[in-house]
Design a protein around this ligand. Structure first.
Ligand code: 5RP
Length: 232
């Protein structure tokens, strides 16, 4: 039996093995992505790979520099060859729910600038329907409570009774790398993720949401038996 940490390390190493010399690589955020970043740093050292990396958060950038990766800004990178990132839920057709690490905005920007995106996780994140994990929504700090009210109304129109909760840690409101706040929206099952995403896309004050639809090209999933591929 492997532990959760061992599975994260295994899938992180399998993901780092996909990287080829000369690539521009998008680096995800979270504990699984961190394992991939460490494994990639090791490959750069031992195999002298020449890579350019784009980080999806300040935390990942700090880790990347610490393990010897060369970082470039998204605007300087041009097209990204391959992005490797974690997720909170992986649903049918590789529809993803992301943002548990509050990095969903930069993650989506990097994913959308990438030729190929591979999501990495352990098997517990693979679900029949999205929505068990509250949906993170990044909201502009100015007037965020009023935006949250409109957010709940828009979700209702999309057939979902949603409860937005402002994310806080140790009593302090969580602020994203972009200076925004996060609402975690308990949706229950999301029957039509595309419908909810479309409703959220039109709310003034909502910067981005954690539904990543039609963005993942494949998934590497770790379980007790090893790492396997999941395709959409
Ligand atoms: C950060 C994310 C993460 O990829 C997601 O929360 C998974 O994190 P972990 O690998 O620690 O479970 O979307 O915004």
């Amino acid at each position: 039996m492997t532990t959760a940490d061992e599975q994260k390390r295994a899938v992180g190493e399998a993901a780092a093995a996909l990287v080829e010399d000369g690539m521009t690589v998008g680096l995800g955020t979270g504990s699984t992505a961190a394992q991939m970043v460490r494994a990639l740093g090791m490959r750069v050292k031992t195999e002298r790979l020449r890579l350019r990396c784009v980080a999806t958060s300040d935390a990942t950038a700090a880790l990347g520099v610490g393990v010897g990766l060369d970082l470039v800004e998204l605007d300087a990178a041009g097209r990204i060859d391959l992005t490797l990132d974690g997720a909170d839920e992986i649903g049918p057709d590789l529809a993803l729910l992301k943002g548990g690490g509050a990095a969903l905005l930069r993650e989506k920007l990097v994913w959308e600038a990438s030729r190929r995106c591979i999501v990495i996780s352990d098997a517990s994140k693979v679900v029949g329907r999205l929505g068990r994990f509250p949906l993170p929504v990044e909201v502009v700090a100015f007037g965020h409570a009023s935006t949250a009210t409109r957010l709940a109304a828009a979700a209702r129109e999309a057939g979902i009774t949603a409860e937005p909760r402002l994310r806080a840690h140790q009593g302090a409101t969580v602020s994203t790398d972009g200076g925004n706040v996060i609402y975690d929206v308990s949706c229950g099952v999301i029957p039509e993720p595309a419908r909810l995403a479309a409703a959220l896309d039109h709310i003034t004050g909502v910067v981005e949401h954690g539904l990543f639809l039609k963005l993942a090209d494949g998934a590497l999933i770790a379980g007790p038996e090893g790492v396997r591929w999941l395709h959409g």
